[in-house]
Design a protein around this ligand. Sequence first.
Ligand SMILES: NC(=O)c1ccc[n+]([C@@H]2O[C@H](COP(=O)([O-])OP(=O)(O)OC[C@H]3O[C@@H](n4cnc5c(N)ncnc54)[C@H](O)[C@@H]3O)[C@@H](O)[C@H]2O)c1
Length: 470
Amino acid sequence: MSLRQFIASRSLVRTLSALKNNIVYSWTEASRMLGLDEDLYEHPLHRELDQPVRVLLIGAGHRGSIYADYAIKSPREMKIVGVADPNPRRLERIAEMHAVPMAHCFHDAGAALSVPKFADAVIVATPDKQHTIPALRALEKGYDLLLEKPIAPTEAECRQILAAAQASGCIVGVCHVLRYTPYFRELKALLDSGIIGQIVSVQHLEPIEHTHMTHSYVRGNWRNSTTATPIILAKSCHDTDIIRWLVGSHADEVHCFGNLKWFKEANAPAGSTERCTDGCAVERDCPYSALQIYWRDRKRLYVFDLPPDESQWSDLILQGLKTTDYGRCVYRMDNDQPDHLTVNILFGNGVTAGFSMEAFVSYEGRRTRIMGSMGDIVGNMESFTLTTFKDGKRRSWSLKTDAHGGGDHRMVKDWVQAVGQRNPALLSSPIEESVESHLIAFAAEKSRLQRTIEKVRLDPAPADEAMAAD
Ligand SMILES: NC(=O)c1ccc[n+]([C@@H]2O[C@H](COP(=O)([O-])OP(=O)(O)OC[C@H]3O[C@@H](n4cnc5c(N)ncnc54)[C@H](O)[C@@H]3O)[C@@H](O)[C@H]2O)c1
């Protein structure tokens, strides 16, 4: 029996559980304790590839860089052979790190996809509204694809990409990184084992954390639902996806309430100014002060493209706060994204789910409660506790991990393995399911704006088909 088979049989985990007062450790933690280096959450069909998958990276920003880092970590599995980004600093950085030849460095996705195919696969990590064209072009040229979420900003474009993916026979992964976290994987395996009986209902909370909210959805690129995409799609399609995956059924109906309550001009304190650097009288007391977040606390600095020499940072951050949106007053932006919303979902198997997205919280990390006919589960992205009703027995799983709950690079690995082995079954998140999770988000936004209960349908209903044929 190999080490992985031994672990997969859970005998070691059970032993640890017995030893440690019913706290079941994740393999990451257990392996650290034992000084081993193997990932229980790797797909058992992963194997050494004959050659690395050659990747063209389109969009070398925050997410693109994280995915490209996988090539540094695992050079035998992935190699970046081309890059496209209009930002010269980002283009150069990736080109240098991965020794990309000049001929394969492009200032635009269109240029990169108009030359003859020179890689095996493409990663599209451009802004939300710039996914559709590069995704369709890449599929047309026969590239396998890793596509950032949201797949596309409209339902029609999502369906168009789905149809193109199915017609092309290419391997298409969508970056629903939560599915790849040990936390949600363990949760899913337990639910599928039937240990809490039939799932009856789910409560799921996405606490955005107040400075993350201001960074991305008040000052940042996703602040406006028209120039970017509605927050339920931009931020919470991960949640509609994970809830749907855990419940294991298609969604039937969706309802949503939500609005922008706080980050608007009417709430600007007396003495506040256009920018936090303009001598704002309340800057020191404001929890959303850009000077505090970026300059004094030095958080979320990746947006400033700072050089490696940290001695220059103070001046460059200040300059960034005086010239970019990240220095503007949170009460004087052109933002329209809700800062709180609640969604109710009725699934085809009768399960109901309540989902809340909240900006005004001091913490991050999804909170999930799953109610089953024989037991329940309460979790917070770092650990969860399962209680079985019959015997009242409680067991807790400790699953602390790294970025995005450890999902980012596990997702890239599954995709690279799927491409390298020509086996789409290795992907945890097939595009059909991703599209459906997006349809839940589109339905929720429509419900929020129109005060309706919306139906969700991946396949057009017979009546819709008849209308389309007219
Ligand atoms: N999966 C996740 O958990 C997750 C998390 C955050 C963001 N995202 C999504 O990832 C995508 C990228 O987000 P980000 O945070 O990396 O943004 P970013 O702004 O840091 O990066 C986007 C990059 O795309 C480049 N770009 C713009 N137009 C281009 C074009 N025509 N051709 C090539 N490159 C172009 C920009 O210059 C920028 O460098 C977005 O769709 C976002 O919603 C996903």
